[in-house]
Design a protein around this ligand. Structure first.
Ligand code: SAH
Length: 335
């Protein structure tokens, strides 16, 4: 599989090895689609869902509809985040923010409005780092439709976190950031610890780095712990939870604050054979493209059994509700 992915990355990048996240956003031309199908046929192993941006985006949208993912983030943003934001900035009238893996920006804009409430009158420079052209487009549309954002200057960076880091270093940038967030994106970098450390190094005095990932107590953790080797393509996505991030920070004796956000996902449709939405949700859960069609029947049966096991889900009123709990970690500037 590793060999397959390197070949794929080399073909996509015209011989230049590069972070895998950089190519999937370009899977949109017909040549790409042809190549995709040829390689799909050649591949004997499972393909990662993120290699097909269009299906990934569809699966992600459905996941948002079937889960309390964004609602639990909103609760956190309105109830807990304001105090965290109040402590940043050191009295400055201009704040620098970086959003990494912002998606369509819904959550980013909510955080920015809380930031403004805590720091009335500030202006904000907002770097958006997002490799998917579709998501970046959606974010721009959202900004154009929402009034009252004049205090924010948006800088759009259609690239991966690693590409952003490389650019930053090449340009010898000295700008510091007051608030950096990485929400549900550290799965997609090769080395989450290194990415975290780089962004932490950009923090200004009193700056905060906010990370949200699935919690070590979630159904995701149980699913990954059992099927990690058969499901996760380590080149392209990491099965990382906030428990892993905490171990990393503890091993470096770095301090942080952490919060648990209860969240649920209705996965009932996954158990109806041939259900289109159920299959899309299964792709999202396993991060495997066309999981139902390409996984062995043993793997499929095993995953389905685990998904409805009490370790992962609760069943009530004919619904199977998967534990989608999230973890939040807030890191200060390195002193
Ligand atoms: N933060 C948003 C989106 C999360 S989905 C939210 O919580 O709603 C993960 C996002 O990370 C996607 O938009 C995806 O395009 C982006 N992403 C994937 N690989 C990435 C990488 N290597 N660097 C930065 N962002 C990445």
């Amino acid at each position: 599989m590793d060999c397959f992915w390197s070949t794929w990355a080399l073909l996509k990048e015209g011989g230049r090895p590069s972070p895998v996240g950089g190519f999937y956003s370009r899977l949109q031309t017909s040549t790409d689609s042809l190549l995709h199908h040829i390689l799909l046929a050649m591949a004997s192993s499972l393909m990662s869902l993120v290699s097909d941006d269009s299906r990934y985006q569809k699966a992600f949208q459905l996941f948002l509809e079937r889960s309390s993912e964004h609602q639990c983030m909103r609760d956190f943003i309105h109830n807990m985040l304001p105090d965290i934001l109040a402590s940043i900035g050191n009295g400055k009238s201009h704040l620098n923010v970086i959003g990494v893996g912002s998606g369509a920006g819904e959550i980013d804009l909510e955080m920015l409005s809380e930031l403004r409430l805590k720091h009335p009158g500030v202006t904000v420079d907002n770097e958006v780092v997002e490799p998917s052209s579709t998501q970046l487009h959606n974010y721009k549309v959202l900004v154009s439709q929402k009034p009252g954002l004049d205090y924010i200057k948006f800088n759009w960076n259609q690239m991966t976190a690693t590409e952003f880091e490389e650019n930053w270093k090449v340009k010898k940038m000295t700008k510091k950031a007051d608030f950096i967030h990485m929400i549900q994106m550290l799965y997609y970098v090769k080395d989450p610890g290194a990415t975290m450390s780089f962004f932490q190094s950009l923090l200004d005095k009193n700056g905060k780095l906010l990370i949200i990932l699935v919690s070590g107590e979630s159904g995701w953790e149980k699913l990954w712990r059992t099927y990690r080797n058969q499901l996760c393509n380590t080149e392209i996505s990491q099965c990382v939870t906030t428990a892993d991030i905490k171990s990393f920070l503890d091993s470096k004796a770095l301090s942080y604050q952490s919060y648990e956000l209860p969240s649920q996902m209705d996965i009932t449709e996954c158990f109806t054979d041939g259900d289109e939405k159920g299959e899309l949700l299964l792709d999202f859960l396993t991060e495997v493209l066309d999981f139902s069609k390409t996984a062995s029947s043993e793997l499929k049966a095993g995953v389905l059994e685990l998904l409805r096991h009490p370790d992962c889900s609760v069943e009530s009123n004919g619904k199977v509700i998967f534990n989608n709990n999230l973890g939040v970690i807030v890191i200060d500037q390195l002193t």
